[in-house]
Design a protein around this ligand. Structure first.
Ligand SMILES: C[S@@+](CC[C@H](N)C(=O)[O-])C[C@H]1O[C@@H](n2cnc3c(N)ncnc32)[C@H](O)[C@@H]1O
Length: 376
């Protein structure tokens, strides 16, 4: 290990302490000990700023400042479109990221929020590069960490990097939404991929009194980190922690393909009480997702104006909003009235004083997941 690497780790620990993400000595020791660059040996993708769709370009370990970048508090994308890694490409690519090394501040904040104790056994979902897994191994010991990754290639690379750093957790390739029953019960479950609904299997595999930390959101892409405690009766409940946290969604919970768009010139038309601009706001959009959990949002530019369309692929319901002469008009079709539901929820939330997401509560039973706010 070079002095430069050591210095970068110490500097990262200092930065994360100053930002209050890193709060306790055991995690500080872990950040100072684990070489993040070993988990990014395959390079990363840099975002190229522009007006069009987001483009990404590979940055390989021989690039200037590569090592320093590995110790910045930033997320580094390590896979695009489900298969493409930085070494596969020269130039640019315009597809969505599918794996990354999460920004260290968030990784550490989540480990701190999980409130592990010595001897705890942890299930991590979304191994990714393995950096957060390595921190967990340093804190708790290899034999107490199980980490599940859906992508065999990603898991294989993480395993190599972990071994390089002397870490040998139990790595599993598979759908982490099923948890990993063979090593249950766990004291803690932590997910570094986003969720639309929290799998009941995680509750079943966590001991009563144990905790689950995961980011809950939806297909309009507003989300928040939640910490739930598992109860004796087999349910779990807790609250959101704040910070407007988002992660790439667990692959099986990605939005379904839109298919054929509905004919938005048809349907029932009325003046909307709320315009589509309300869901530009993160918290309001979260409320809209609670009201219409199956809805996906698209924008269509036609006839010189923008149509904001919400479509629920499962039941074919849709709503299309456009602003004309300073008024928002909504047209809706299908079995449900998506915009009626969203307006109703947003009005209730505003009547309750528009509580921020860190005031929201979440509870999960075998049958359902409920997200509420005070006075709902
Ligand atoms: C943001 S990355 C994880 C970052 C990781 N904690 C790190 O610091 O490198 C999210 C990972 O979750 C994985 N993933 C997505 N859906 C999954 C699922 N259903 N089960 C397990 N892993 C999943 C992705 O392949 C991706 O590698």
């Amino acid at each position: 290990m070079s002095d430069q690497e050591q210095g970068l780790r110490l500097r990262l620990a200092k930065t994360l302490t100053a930002s209050a993400h890193l709060r306790t000595q055991p995690w500080r020791d872990a950040v100072e000990a684990v070489p993040r660059h070993e988990f990014i040996r395959g390079g990363f993708f840099d975002r190229i700023d522009g007006n069009g769709p987001t483009a990404w370009t590979p940055i390989m370990p021989d690039a200037p400042l590569w090592l320093e970048r590995c110790y910045e508090d930033e997320s580094l994308v390590t896979q695009i479109a489900g298969t493409i890694v930085p070494g596969d490409l020269r130039g640019e690519i315009m597809r969505a990221p599918t794996s990354s090394s999460t920004m260290p501040g968030l990784v550490v904040r989540m480990w701190e929020d999980l409130q592990v104790e010595d001897g705890d056994r942890v299930l991590e979902i979304g191994t990714g590069t393995g950096y957060s897994t390595a921190l967990g191994c340093h804190r708790l010991g290899d034999e107490r960490v199980t980490s599940v990754e859906v992508d065999p290639g990603v898991s294989g690379r993480a395993g190599t990097a972990l071994a390089q750093c002397g870490c040998h957790p139990h790595l599993v390739v598979g759908d982490g939404l099923a948890g990993y029953a063979d090593n249950a019960p766990y004291d803690r479950v932590i997910a570094t991929c986003g969720l639309v609904s929290l799998p009941y299997e995680w509750i079943e595999q966590t001991r009563p009194g144990g905790a689950i930390l995961a980011t809950l959101g939806g297909w309009m892409f507003s989300s928040e980190l939640a910490r739930l405690t598992v109860k004796e009766d087999g349910t779990a409940s807790g609250s959101f922690l704040g910070g407007r946290i988002s992660f790439m969604l667990a692959r099986p919970q990605s939005p379904p393909p839109l298919g054929l768009l509905p004919d938005i010139d048809q349907g029932e038309e009325r003046v909307a009480a709320l315009g589509a601009d309300v869901i530009n706001d993160w918290d309001t959009r979260f409320v809209a997702q609670v009201a219409a959990p199956g809805a996906q949002r698209i924008s269509l530019d036609r006839d010189g104006r923008t149509e904001h369309v919400l479509v629920d692929v499962a039941d074919g319901s849709w709503a299309a909003l456009a602003e004309t002469h300073g008024r928002w008009i909504v047209r809706q079709g299908g079995p449900a009235r998506i915009w009626d539901d969203i307006e109703m929820y947003v009005v209730l939330w505003r009547e309750a004083g528009s509580p921020t997401l860190d005031k929201f509560q979440v509870s999960v039973t075998r049958e359902s997941q409920k997200i509420t706010w005070p006075k709902l």
